[in-house]
Ligand binder design. Structure first.
Ligand code: NAD
Length: 429
């Protein structure tokens, strides 16, 4: 038989040209040696299953016309419908949405919820548009991607700069187009429109659950442990409160307005109330105010980056004194920083595991919408705790077995689950 030419990647997937997508391809290549016979299927993870680019034309409030570029990428649907948020940001690119969709495939498989991975976005700065304009943009975008989303196809959710209101508009638009109320087409909806109790705090709660397990494994106890947190929003705020309630000392918080530090432990309820009133931690009374650089160098036991991507880099990784890093944010640690931390013996619980509480409770929302039977918040939190705890335990065992980091173990577990599904389903036609 003549030798087949090597499979060339389509030009739009070239790892040398595409930042976030290139990083993802590198992460997948790193797990190839651990996949045995499944590696035959690995190329399916190196390209999205389906990419949709849509024009979103809208009449603005002043009567002028504007066009926005929108995307929906379905990376893998081998294990179930696509799942992933919709981001509204002026810097959204196809490469970024592709990478985020792939990381959703890894995340849903790592915690073993029956979804694939998808992501969407519109390239716009939402602060420049009125609520009425955002509603029209959202509704037109939803109609355009309506061809490929649906409760059994692909289920969007909130991401950066999108929220429950936007999800309610998306659900309503899809429902109007199909002629029936379809609650399960998106998650992260307001409670009054089919949402799920506990969804808002779910990601922070998941961060706390995996942090507790990782601390126990490292021989650390929560009462008295020193914790530092970057970002006191939805994720960091919930995690900080749970640590505070469990007796840990949250000694420093760094947000977009500055850093506050108190060696004896900050009063987290008072700090969160201050942030609610003023928009940031700056100006909180009775505390020290180190610089952002000093924040990373603080003597602490647990560090929780829960703000933005690319915060722990080769510039500051060496200063970090924490024994454990729990990644609440998506992509807070660069690959070079990962290597530096690994060499220092710092344990990093990666984003694809640590912040999977949000997608897990999204799964609960979808199940409740499908059955029209709603659970109590206590039931939701208990089920979330079990899934997060079991996922951490399985991945930690795999890391020990393979002698790899928790991040690599997550990718091994997730890629194995996705590729096993591919192999069992076979190739159509
Ligand atoms: P949020 O908007 O509620 O809070 C963001 C926090 O980051 C704020 O405290 C803000 O002050 C801080 N911040 C912003 N810019 C900063 C800067 N330059 N320096 C320091 N701090 C800065 O956002 P969130 O929902 O808490 O999300 C935080 C991270 O978690 C993001 O990476 C997001 O993708 C990720 N995440 C969120 C969820 C979720 O369910 N909300 C799920 C998975 C992952």
């Amino acid at each position: 038989m003549p030798e087949q030419p090597a499979l060339a990647l389509p030009s739009y997937l070239n790892p040398h040209e595409l930042g976030p997508w290139g990083n993802y391809l590198e992460q997948v290549d790193r797990v190839a040696p651990y996949l045995g016979g499944l590696s035959r299927w690995l190329d399916t993870l190196k390209r999205p299953r389906r990419v949709m680019i849509v024009d979103v034309p809208v009449e603005l409030d002043d009567g002028t016309m504007a066009h926005f570029e929108g995307y929906r990428v379905q990376h893998s649907m081998a294990r179930g419908p696509g799942k992933g948020g919709v981001r509204y940001h002026q810097d959204v690119t196809l490469s970024e949405v592709m990478a985020l969709s792939a990381w959703m495939s890894i995340k849903t498989a790592a915690v073993n919820v029956p979804f694939g991975g998808a992501k969407g976005g519109i390239r716009l700065d939402p602060r420049r548009y009125s609520q009425r304009e955002l509603e029209r943009i959202t509704r037109r975008y939803t109609s355009e991607i309506g061809l490929i989303i649906g409760p059994q196809q692909d289920i969007p959710a909130p991401d950066v700069n999108t929220n429950g209101q936007i999800m309610a508009w998306m659900m309503d638009t899809y429902s109007m187009n199909v002629g029936a109320t379809v609650l399960g087409v998106v998650t992260g909806k307001p409670i009054s429109a089919g949402g799920c109790l506990g969804r808002v705090g779910a990601t922070g709660r998941g961060v706390f659950v995996v942090a507790s397990s990782a601390m126990r494994d490292a021989g650390m106890s929560i009462p008295g442990a020193r914790v530092t947190v970057q970002g006191l929003g939805n994720v960091g705020g919930t995690a900080a409160s749970l640590f505070h309630e469990a007796g840990a000392k949250v000694i420093a918080v760094h947000d977009h307005t500055g850093v506050v530090h108190q060696a004896s432990g900050l009063d987290i309820p008072a700090l969160r109330a201050h942030v609610g009133r003023t928009g940031g931690v700056a100006g909180f009374p009775g505390v020290d105010t180190p610089t952002p650089d000093e924040f990373w160098a603080l003597d602490t036991d647990v560090l929780i980056p829960a703000a933005l991507e690319g915060q722990i880099t080769r510039r500051n990784a060496d200063m970090i004194k924490a024994r454990l890093i729990i990644e609440g944010a998506n992509g807070p640690t660069t690959p070079e920083a990962d290597d530096i931390l690994d060499a220092k013996g710092v344990i990093v619980v990666p984003d694809v595991l640590a912040n999977a509480g949000g997608v897990t409770v999204s799964y609960f929302e979808w199940v409740q919408n499908a059955s029209s039977f709603y659970w109590s918040e206590e039931e939701i939190n208990t089920r979330l705790d079990v899934i997060m705890h079991d996922a951490y335990a399985a991945i930690s065992t795999s890391a020990t077995e393979h002698k790899v980091s928790l991040r690599t173990a997550c990718f091994i577990t997730a890629c194995t689950r996705i590729l096993e599904a591919h192999q069992m389903r076979g190739l159509y036609p």
